[in-house]
Design a protein around this ligand. Structure first.
Ligand code: NDP
Length: 444
């Protein structure tokens, strides 16, 4: 049996009931075959793959907090510190009822390669809790965040592990977490990114993942002889990534016709009104069904279906496994030419393979959505030098990073004979740097 197959089997055996983690490992290791096969003896001796698929440390702890009725609630908190070979652990905190150890591990594993691709000195980690901020008062969210940080602060720091936002963790949550860290540790340091501008945040961080997705997509289209202007774009999600992806796509001259949330999706043939969406989602924290109050001609549909519309480009920006094989078939049938992932692992392996084998240009999230973590690393740099850069400075660096990521993975794909396969290119380009650093640092 090949080394890759052995390690995939081992991961499934050693991590039962963690299907998302199995999926992420399988997707990465399968595409690394050309590199691993060429170095099999050396990698085996070093147990390199066993080390890569095992987090350096995984923390699981209880988070007790008191709700508005005086009732004590208990949630579970996680932080998985996956790989620190190229820098301090870096990765967001997800607050969503679906969170479990397997999901945090899949996200942390992906983060290792994504962070490597940015070219910046950041290792990979991820955390979160099964706490649901939806429907909670600000005081309840604060009570939860303070309790979470009371435990988490023992394991993080500006030079060891720097968490950030993710699903359910926005500016409000980061503020409460930062306040509690400072209070307990007594230090004012860049221990979190995604902070407010008045206390060490970076301009353009809020927009970075969505904007970066479009900078990447534009470069990929140019390399394939296409232009983004005039294209019809379907976007899923209506959160941080989706909103700013839609904003940049519109600025680039494309027309965004859909968005979705966890209850339904909207279709607006005239192009989504993003001011309305920001008010509904960022201010009122309400459902997308309200969009019809702003644009009566738009359609609102309950449930799934965002991938059934006619579009040239699809940008899944909501959550993992939201684009399944039937969605891939519908996209191809409707003439979609490009899929670029804004979310982490939104497309199943089966759907990805279907898209690629039907000529759809496919950009994996670990490359296409790396603008968020890259700008978080820029926030760390600004915190270290006690300076703030202008929006234009940060945005220019972000554009450069996304363009470089595309060309690095394009080159890696070509080098190993997989021209145009950006999944293989991203995994190999991310892997090579991590492996180099791990081997240089000895058995650790
Ligand atoms: P947000 O919480 O801001 O938004 C998530 C959006 O997706 C919301 O509209 C939410 O619906 C919807 N959603 C969440 N879970 C589900 C589900 N199970 N089914 C259907 N819809 C769902 O998160 P972000 O925009 O920050 O993150 C989106 C994705 O991008 C995630 O995969 C995240 O890991 C990834 N990512 C985020 C980065 C960032 O900088 N924020 C960086 C890189 C990747 P509702 O509005 O109803 O809650």
């Amino acid at each position: 049996m090949s080394y890759v197959d052995e390690v995939i089997e081992l991961v499934v055996k050693q991590n039962p009931s963690e299907p998302e983690f199995h999926q992420a490992v399988k997707e990465v290791l399968e595409s690394l075959r050309p590199v691993v096969d060429a170095n099999e003896e050396k990698f085996r001796r070093e147990a390199l793959l066993e080390r890569i698929v095992n987090p350096e440390r995984q923390l699981k702890f209880r988070i007790p907090w008191v709700d508005d009725k005086g009732q004590v609630q208990v949630n579970t908190g996680y932080r998985v510190q996956f790989n620190s070979s190229i820098g301090p652990y870096k990765g967001g905190l997800r607050l969503h009822p679906s969170v479990n150890l397997g999901i945090i591990k899949f996200l942390g594993f992906e983060q290792v390669f994504k962070n490597s691709l940015t070219g910046l000195p950041i290792g990979g980690g991820k955390g979160g809790s099964d706490f649901d901020p939806k429907g909670k008062s600000d005081r309840e969210v604060m009570a939860f965040c303070q309790s979470y940080m009371t435990e988490l602060c023992k394991y993080i720091g500006a030079d060891t592990d720097v968490p950030a936002g993710d699903i359910g963790t926005g500016a409000r949550e980061i503020g409460y977490l930062f306040g509690q860290y400072k209070r307990i540790k007594g230090v004012y340091e860049g221990v979190l990114t995604g902070k407010g501008l008045s206390y060490g945040g970076s301009l353009a961080r809020k927009e970075a993942t969505g904007y970066g997705l479009l900078y990447f997509t534009k470069e990929m289209l140019i390399a394939n002889g296409m232009d983004i202007a005039g294209k019809i774009v379907a976007v899923s999600g209506a959160g941080n990534v989706a909103i700013y992806a839609a904003e940049k796509a519109t600025e680039m001259g494309a027309k965004v016709v859909t968005l979705s949330d966890s209850t339904g999706w909207i279709y607006d043939a005239e192009g989504i009104d993003l001011d309305a969406v920001k008010e509904i989602k960022e201010v009122k924290r309400a459902r997308l069904s309200e969009y019809k109050n702003y644009r009566p001609n738009a359609e609102y549909h309950e449930g799934k279906g965002v991938w059934t519309v006619k579009c040239d480009i699809a940008l899944p920006c909501a959550t993992q496994n939201e684009l399944l094989i039937d969605d891939a078939k519908a996209l191809v049938a409707n003439g979609c030419k490009v899929v670029a992932e804004g979310a982490n692992m939104p497309t199943t392996i089966e759907a990805t393979e279907y898209l690629q084998s039907n000529g759809v240009i496919f950009a994996p999230g670990k490359a296409a959505n790396a603008g968020g973590v890259a700008t978080s690393a820029l926030e760390m740099s600004q915190n270290s030098e006690r300076l703030s850069w202008t929006f234009e400075e940060v945005d220019a660096k972000l554009q450069r990073i996304m363009v470089d990521i595309f060309h690095n993975l394009d080159a890696a794909a070509k080098k190993y004979g997989f021209e145009g396969n950006y999944v293989v290119g991203a995994n190999i380009a991310g892997f090579e740097k991590v492996v180099d650093a791990m081997l240089a640092q000895g058995v650790c």
